[in-house]
Design a protein around this ligand. Structure first.
Ligand code: URA
Length: 286
């Protein structure tokens, strides 16, 4: 009999294949013994009856399939222009953050919702002057249901702490996407387009005095530009989209996950933070 240890290279290759395909987590908290479950369950589907096939197959093996999760019906195809219209209507109807959260949790047209564990809505103080918008939840955020709670979130909290901003009291934080893209892949333009009405409504409801866009996806999406983060970061824009009644001073900064990979950029990030502190001090004097 083959020694399983001799095949460990094969197992590692298979695991690497699934990880690269975005399947990087067990979906259940405890392992499931599929042999035990299948022994106690009747077969769901058996071979086609002889009358249909014309071939009698008394010994044909039963085909067992794991029960598939029910898929909620959607009125329109996923990520279609009609789905985007739907998202706009649902977002516009929300008059409070609680209503917006409920609207997002009930929205079924984004495929990401089916692979995510939770809808990650927001954290921090919704009445704070500062609002921060990142890209999308990662694995930790998906598990805990809150934005920026993993390592990059911890770095962001430390960075903002340097300029006197605490999450509980001084800023409100959310993402462009409320659902984690599988394997943390970059969200597609279709997924982003579908979620934009929700983040726009979110900003309109919070009415921040200063808006900070963490990373290129957030900056490009809300500024509606193809310019990269290298060009956008560190500059103040009087951001006045249709959905805001007054212009909001807005700055893009490097994403903390990028800073973890490229610590040499922390110097620039520090400059941006000081500029944010200065802007807040100016606004407080007014
Ligand atoms: N990166 C983000 O952009 N948002 C999170 O919530 C976590 C990591």
């Amino acid at each position: 009999m083959a020694n399983p240890a001799e095949n460990s290279g094969d197992f590692a290759a298979i695991l690497a294949f699934w990880r690269d395909a975005g399947v990087d987590e067990a979906m259940e908290d405890a392992p499931v013994d599929r042999y035990a479950t299948s022994a106690t369950q009747p077969a769901r589907q058996t071979a086609a009856p002889a009358a249909q096939t014309g071939i009698a197959s008394p010994a044909a093996p039963a085909v067992r399939r794991a029960a598939e999760p029910p898929v909620a019906p959607v009125a329109v195809p996923l990520e279609s222009p009609a789905a985007i219209q739907d998202a706009r209507a649902v977002a516009a109807a929300a008059t409070t953050l609680d209503e917006l959260r409920a609207a997002i949790e009930g929205f079924e047209a984004c495929a990401l919702k089916r692979t995510a564990k939770t809808t990650v809505f927001c954290d921090g103080n919704p009445n704070a002057d500062v609002m921060i918008v990142g890209e999308a939840p990662g694995a930790d955020e998906d598990r805990m249901g809150k934005p920026f709670v993993g390592v990059s979130g911890q770095l962001l909290d430390r960075m903002l702490g340097f300029i006197g901003l605490k999450r509980e009291t001084d800023f409100h934080i959310t993402n462009i996407l409320p659902w984690r893209p599988p394997g943390n892949r970059t969200p597609t333009s279709g997924e982003i387009a579908l979620c934009v009405p929700f983040i726009e409504r979110h900003i309109a409801l919070v009415k921040p005095k200063v808006l900070i866009l963490a990373g290129g996806v957030s900056a490009k999406t809300l500024f509606q530009t193809n310019e990269g983060i290298m060009k956008l970061r560190g500059r103040w824009f009087d951001f006045r989209p249709d959905y805001l009644q007054t212009a909001v001073p807005t700055m893009a900064i490097f994403h903390p996950a990028y800073l973890l990979r490229s610590p040499a950029q922390k110097r620039e990030a520090w400059r941006d933070l000081l500029s944010i502190r200065q802007k807040l001090d100016e606004l407080q004097k007014k």
